[in-house]
Design a protein around this ligand. Sequence first.
Ligand SMILES: *Cc1c(COP(=O)(O)O)cnc(C)c1O
Length: 356
Amino acid sequence: MAKHVFNAGPCLLPDKVYDKAVDAIRNFAGTGVSLLSISHRTKEWDAVMDGTRALWKELLDIPEGYETVFLGSGASMQFLMTPMNFLEKKAGYLDTGVWASKALKEAKGLGDASAIASSKDRNYCYIPKGYEIPSDLDYFHITTNNTIYGTQIHEDIDCPVPLIADMSSDILSRPVDVGKYAMIYGGAQKNAGTAGVAFCIIRKDALGKVSRYIPTMLDYRVHIDKLSMFNTPPVFSIYVMYETLKWVKEMGGVKALQEINKRKARTLYDEIDRNSLFRGTADVADRSQMNICFVMTPGNEALADEFLAFSKERDIVGIKGHRSVGGFRASTYNACTQEDVDTLVKAMQDFEKQHA
Ligand SMILES: *Cc1c(COP(=O)(O)O)cnc(C)c1O
């Protein structure tokens, strides 16, 4: 596609995935029926579900004892489903932004949940450090990549209690030590596909420890038992995920993508640090590899709209920052290419020359 798309989500996907989705909408798996009109109780659909699960497990190197369900509810529903399924007495949250605090809000509605540490004091521009995780928590919840503020927890942390992570915006961007987590979840639309489906990787023995009644649709055990088909699955979104996972594999897997992602992020951060008109908003050590946030330097704030228009002329799309940070945000998810990033960097350089 001719545009350079940096949207934060739903994200850019590889052209090949768009092509496959279009083909399947016209004629799904040679059935002569559109993907949008197939029965999900057929062997052709089972092949997609099984294939998606198998690729997911392979690409993320998910150990035995874990199950993944694909639910048509988005990441935000997991903010509620996680405390529903895991909170008996007490839960702790790492407050690293809007998504983290939305997750905490749902847990508070169901029990004793609180922020163990927060970076709210500096508008979430860093990841809190040196906090202690109480050993009496049912679980500790983190958001590994903070899509809005452009901060990221780069390592899989050690945690004395079951660890639950929202990985909506960095899943499949780097290898993850899944065995360190009781659960990993996220919406597909940042890096794993399009909107309409959430992934939940759950260590089975972490379930079944709460005494409350769990409504059927909110009970992870039901969805695990029914292989994500308790009710009609979001067939289109799952299909797009399936094709995205095939592409990830073709690219050499998450390790190979991590190298590409690192290079893209380095290219853009280097320019932000060099260019006199721009500065990054996140603390350097905690900068995200996926969502790169920057603003105009002091005195140049009035040029922001002009830069947006300037880059739009060069077919750069989706770099306007989230309203809570302002400025710009370039989301460099897996399908974003080095060429896309180079185009943005060139625009920044030319804009600087124009204003020197
Ligand atoms: C986008 C996002 C969400 C919300 O996802 P939905 O699928 O829209 O509910 C939650 N957490 C993070 C980190 C996100 O980036």
